[in-house]
Design a binder for this molecule. Structure first.
Ligand code: NDP
Length: 287
């Protein structure tokens, strides 16, 4: 397994549309703060990840109904300047006023005065212009540095684009991993053409990819682990940020090692055969 906790150097970075750069590998927090017996490990895992440079921390008001944000606040409150903090507003809160109150509640739980990035978790009934207006208000007030979207297919991105200058959208956080390649057909090119990075969620397909035969066999050959192969496959792309979640400090170290793996053309061909790229439009999938 490739993991060297002594590697503290800066990770490869991805540029956001406003010029800010963030590490290409971060950490997710969904399902954290659900089990008291794992709490200490979760806190340690987040801190170790930050030590290793995985400073993009993705959370949401939805996760554990605020409990994941509170855990992040506890784990990283005193390391706030080091981290790039991302949270999300639930669609049914995403009205002009609701977005502002949801953000303020997230800030309180996270024990901070601002978010680096605030996302609309997914699109539902509230008109998008209301949410974007609220995001702009929060930005003016210094409560968020920038905003973005999540689970937006091309039609949604076009709508957001028509309501605001697309360059003001900092990211589109979407499901992307070896098994879920649909975005390669259109969402990924749409965002790349406009300089908007993608944030790949569930990069391990919620852990399932580590048991896939092809991924396991490439891992054996490269003396890596299956999780590292699945992450390295995502990280080889420019302008994509991966946010694997692990509540285990050792697995966080392991995931960090993915950045040191280079997949060769032959590996990529084998993976393409096992997980074919899309040949036509596939409606955006969500978890
Ligand atoms: P991931 O693909 O990151 O997989 C997480 C699972 O994989 C956990 O069960 C974890 O277990 C396991 N795992 C992690 N590392 C390893 C490893 N090295 N070897 C074996 N198993 C491993 O799934 P998520 O759905 O959590 O996605 C990541 C993050 O993306 C979320 O936590 C969340 O922040 C975000 N997200 C956003 C969504 C959106 O709608 N915007 C939707 C879904 C996710 P363990 O913790 O026990 O190590």
């Amino acid at each position: 397994m490739r993991s060297d906790p002594s590697v503290h150097g800066r990770l490869r970075t991805v540029a956001l549309p406003d010029g800010e750069t963030v590490p290409a590998l971060g950490q997710g927090t969904w399902n954290m703060a659900e089990r008291p017996d794992r709490r200490n490990d979760e806190i340690a895992a987040l801190r170790i990840g930050v030590d290793l440079g995985m400073t993009v921390i993705d959370t949401a008001e939805m996760y554990g109904r605020g409990a994941a944000e509170a855990l992040v606040g506890e784990a990283l409150g005193n390391r706030r300047p080091e981290i790039f903090l991302v949270s999300k507003v639930l669609p049914h809160h995403a009205t002009r006023r609701g977005t502002v109150s949801a953000c303020e509640a997230s800030l309180r739980r996270l024990k901070t005065d601002h978010l680096d990035l605030y996302l609309l978790h997914w699109r539902e009934g509230v008109p998008l212009d209301e949410t974007i207006e609220a995001f702009e208000m929060l930005k003016q007030a210094g409560k968020i540095r920038r905003w973005g979207v999540s689970n937006f297919d091309v039609a949604d991105l076009e709508d957001a684009d028509s309501l605001s200058d697309a360059r003001r959208m900092a990211t589109n956080q979407v499901l992307y991993n070896l098994k879920r390649r649909g975005i390669e057909f259109d969402v990924l090119p749409w965002c790349h053409e406009r300089g908007i990075p993608i944030m790949a969620y569930s990069p391990l397909e919620q852990g399932q990819l580590v048991e896939h035969r092809t991924v396991m066999s490439i891992a054996r050959r490269l003396e890596a682990t299956p999780a590292q192969i699945a992450l390295a496959w995502i990280l080889r792309r420019e302008a994509v940020i991966a946010i694997p979640k692990s509540s285990s400090p050792n697995r966080v170290r392991e995931n960090r090692g993915a950045l040191d793996i280079e997949l060769g053309d032959d590996d990529l061909q084998v993976l393409d055969k096992a997980f074919p790229p899309p040949r036509r439009k596939v409606p955006l999938q969500m978890i």
